[in-house]
Design a binder for this molecule. Structure first.
Ligand code: MCN
Ligand code: CUM
Length: 805
């Protein structure tokens, strides 16, 4: 039954299942302005909240005077920490085991911190009242550098004074949060001491921000008649929000309904719990009216989850021939005023311990120190797969630096160190088991497609021409090879606030052969309504067009941990396949009964069950669905429904090979991207068009981060990049054409062999762009320079190398 006859091929195509570039079903409403976002939720009597925020990065709050604000017509309430304290809601737990002020309790720790919450008749009155709240501050010394913070006498977190242990072990200093160690330090140091070659390099992966087009917000509505709290919000994990809201408020979980409506991009910015959510809930309970809070762009950039801010120092040991023998990585992580990283509990530095990358490195050691500073909290967001962005940037820079030291070609250096196909499942020195990979095939395909040897030749000629004064443009060839780790995660080692990171799917087949499936995840633009239906179509044999996908309403969806860490496909996608298989198992019994044969005598064939060897005797899934509701089949319950809660046995490890060809004008520092080639391997591909879209989006954000985007602070702790005038958000003008390609190495443990892809292009893209810039200057002695490579910094690099003389 393996080759499809034309007739079977047509039936299969009609399903629009796995592998089909099905058009996105959600786009009809988005492109017509008919999406339903949080700010579209409007209720009778709805009030509006707005924050008074601190202009100072570090200050004592001496007093807050609400009188003038309360006197303004239309102002209903002004909440401060004093009002929340009796409810024990002035502080909230963070996902990292720390706690965070909901409203300033005695002091502020970063610019933009929430000090008071004004509730008013409309947004305008609320904004006016914010100006009328008089706050007296007493400035304190500001620490924006984590290294200085670790030496300073200034105590940032007075609430933790005297605590020498935190949720992740001992604290070395009053501004130190944790040290997280992985691997074997003694063995690594031994290798470093006796190696032929050791290179050391320090690099900074700067602070940046996901900056989704839709900012964060919510509407809280406490119905005092039935005791039910409904919360609409921009939540990437609605069930977790419900559980946390129940724990904090004491409202029983069944009386809380959390709804994530359409979301205008999340990129990790919408995983955490923000003071605005707590304040809106309290305000709704206090006033008895629905309360909406939606932050503006400046608030979003200043106060919600930032990304990165990792200072990394690496030592890499190798033989003269370039075989890597050991890796040492020391990180100082700037977490801002509170540790609000959204990591699985046991991973305070996320999956940074995948920093051995795609290479077979026998011994390694990683130590990460988390540090408090006077900056906004957050740290895990922005297509990061829990710090895999930092890990891949680190190793892909170390490889380039090692290539320089060894005077070797960087592509060849990668090739001789790749984990070989036959080594999978591969046990890494820092504790991961890579499920599957075929790196050499992908690398060779990439290099061949771009004519790598030809490019290197051209580059060498360009260097000569530059030296002869015939051109002022240099050429950079950026390489990166990444291994991602997505699909958190096995419940045995991954949890968020104690909840194991499984996910779920519940399917209900209707009598006429259409269906609804609900999942514990939530799309923010990834196209789940399109792709989850495709997985089910192939499993169940009903057209994807006949399957509605619903996510994001905790009253109807089964419990799931949400969408981040590219986990939807690896975890919820697996749950969908497993639930589909349960449906199919029952359908088989019904079909056998209808066809009057034994269960084992029928087999599944695209969209039907056929009697083995007699293909003209069959029952389609539509027939079977109808029979499930109108035939009394002995020993079988009526109906056709299934639910699956899926605990993945392992993460999935997508990978990819990227090449960027860049021309750099030495006199202006302007880079021109000539070509960008991205080969991704995410195992079985559900929807190639959506994958391509994900890759384009992730690469665009990678370009942004590598070439200019940053959240920069001055010494006073002022955010210098809090508007889109200063924060670089690329447009069609800056973004080049991206060429996409793929190989397919299925995950051996995922029911359909799929791995995630949503974050891969960002993880692999940032080092690729950065390596391209740095490679352009390799012939002139550059070893490493930090991102973001904006025009000014590139010009500066050229200047430092004496290229302007
Ligand atoms: N897909 C596929 N075949 C595969 C893998 C994935 O067709 N083998 C499809 C999926 O069916 C899904 C999409 O690609 O439609 C992304 O799937 P997946 O990799 O599982 O990632 P998630 O759905 O869990 O999305 C999360 C990921 C993250 S963590 C960030 S950050 C990010 C990203 O998605 N945020 C995004 N991409 C985004 N894209 C948009 N438009 N908006 C965001 O906020
Ligand atoms: Cu790290 S950003 Mo995504 O996991 O939502």
């Amino acid at each position: 039954m393996n080759d499809l006859t034309p007739e079977r091929e047509e039936r299969s195509a009609n399903l629009k299942g796995l592998g089909c570039s099905r058009k996105r079903v959600e786009d009809a409403r988005f492109t017509q302005g008919k999406g339903n976002y949080v700010d579209d939720v409007k209720m009778p009597g709805m009030l509006h909240g707005d924050f008074v925020r601190s202009p100072y990065a570090h200050a004592r709050v001496v007093s807050v005077n609400k009188d003038a604000a309360l006197a303004l017509d239309g102002v209903v309430a002004v909440l401060t920490a004093e009002d929340l304290a009796p409810l024990n809601l002035h502080w909230m737990p963070t996902l990292a085991g720390d706690k965070q002020m909901v409203l300033a309790d005695g002091k502020v720790l970063f610019q933009g911190q929430e000090v008071a919450f004004v509730v008013a008749r409309d947004r305008y009155v609320a904004a006016d009242a914010v100006e009328l709240v008089e706050v007296e501050y007493e400035e304190l010394p500001v620490l924006t550098d984590p290294f200085e913070s670790l030496k300073s006498d200034v105590v940032l977190r007075e609430d933790l004074a005297g605590q020498t242990t935190g949720p992740h072990g001992p604290r070395k200093h009053h501004n130190h949060i944790f040290t997280w160690e992985q691997g074997d330090e003694t063995a690594t140091n031994q290798v470093l001491e006796s190696a032929d070659v050791v290179v050391e390099e320090s690099m900074y992966y700067h602070r940046t921000h996901p900056c989704p087009l839709e900012t964060c917000g919510c509407v809280a509505s406490m119905d005092k008649v039935n005791g039910k709290l409904t919360l609409w919000g921009t939540f990437q994990a609605p069930h977790v929000v419900r559980t946390v809201a129940s724990m904090l408020s004491g409202i029983e979980e069944h009386n809380i309904r959390v709804i994530s409506p359409d979301i205008g991009g999340g990129f990790g910015n919408k995983v955490g719990v923000y003071p605005g959510y707590i304040c809106s809930i309290v305000a709704s309970i206090v006033t008895g009216q629905p309360v909406k809070w939606v932050e503006d762009r400046m608030e979003n950039l200043m106060a919600t989850a930032f990304a990165r801010d990792y200072w990394m120092t690496g030592k890499i040991a190798a033989t003269k021939e370039g075989k890597i023998t050991g890796l040492h990585c020391q990180v100082t992580a700037d977490h801002g005023g509170f540790d609000a990283c959204a990591d699985p509990t046991k991973f305070p530095a996320g999956f940074m311990n995948i920093c051995t990358g795609s290479y077979d490195i026998p011994v390694a050691y990683l130590a990460v120190d988390g540090v408090y500073t006077n900056k906004a909290p957050g740290g895990v967001s922005y297509r990061c797969s829990f710090r895999v962005t930092e890990a891949v940037y680190f190793i892909e820079r170390m490889i380039e630096v090692l290539a320089i030291e060894l005077d070797m070609d960087a592509a060849e250096l990668r090739r001789i160190n790749f984990i070989r196909k036959e080594q999978f499942p591969y046990q890494s020195a820092l504790g991961w088991e890579y499920d599957s990979g075929d790196y050499h095939t992908a690398w060779d395909k990439a290099l061949k497609t771009v004519d790598y040897d030809g490019l290197r030749k051209e580059q060498a000629e360009r260097v000569e021409a530059f030296k002869r004064g015939e051109t002022r443009t240099l050429m950079g060839i950026g390489l990166s090879f990444f291994t991602e780790i997505v699909g958190a995660g096995p419940v045995k080692n991954c949890d968020i606030l104690g909840m194991g990171m499984f996910d779920s799917c519940e399917i209900r087949i209707h009598p006429t052969g259409s269906a609804i499936a609900r999942l514990g995840t939530i799309s923010q633009g990834q196209g789940h309504a399109t792709t989850f239906a495709q997985i089910l179509a192939s499993e169940i044999g009903l057209s994807a067009d006949s399957i509605t996908i619903e996510e994001g309403d905790t009253d109807t969806a089964p419990y799931g941990l949400g969408t981040y860490g590219s986990r939807s496909t690896p975890v919820a996608g697996a749950a969908a396949a497993m639930a589909g298989r349960k449906i199919r198992a029952k359908a088989q019994m019904i079909a056998a009964y209808l066809l009057e044969v034994h269960d084992d005598d029928v087999e599944f064939d695209v969209d039907r069950f056929v009697v083995k060897g007699v293909p003209e005797r069959f029952k389609t899934m539509k027939d079977i669905a109808y029979a499930a509701y109108n035939q009394a089949i002995p020993g079988l319950e009526l109906g056709l429904e299934a639910v699956s809660y899926y605990d993945p046995p392992n993460m999935t490890y997508p990978f990819g090979a990227y090449v960027c060809v860049m021309d750099i004008d030495v006199d202006t520092g302007v880079p021109e991207i000539r070509r960008f080639y991205a080969l991704d391997d995410c195992g079985t591909r559900i929807n190639p068009m959506i994958i391509e879209g994900q890759v384009h989006g992730g690469l665009t954000e990678a370009l942004a981060v590598a070439l200019g985007q940053e959240i920069a602070y001055d010494k006073m702790g002022n955010v210098k990049t809090a508007t889109l005038m200063d924060f670089f958000l690329p447009t069609a003008w800056e973004v080049p054409n991206f060429e996409t390609d793929h190989t397919v190495t299925p995950s051996p443990h995922h029911p359909i062999g799929a791995k995630g892809v949503g974050e891969s292009p960002h993880v692999g893209g940032v080092p690729c762009f950065s390596n391209a810039v740095q490679d352009a200057f390799r012939a002139f002695g550059l070893r490493h320079t930090n991102m973001p490579h904006d025009h000014w910094r590139i010009w500066q690099t050229a200047n430092d190398l004496g290229l302007h003389e």
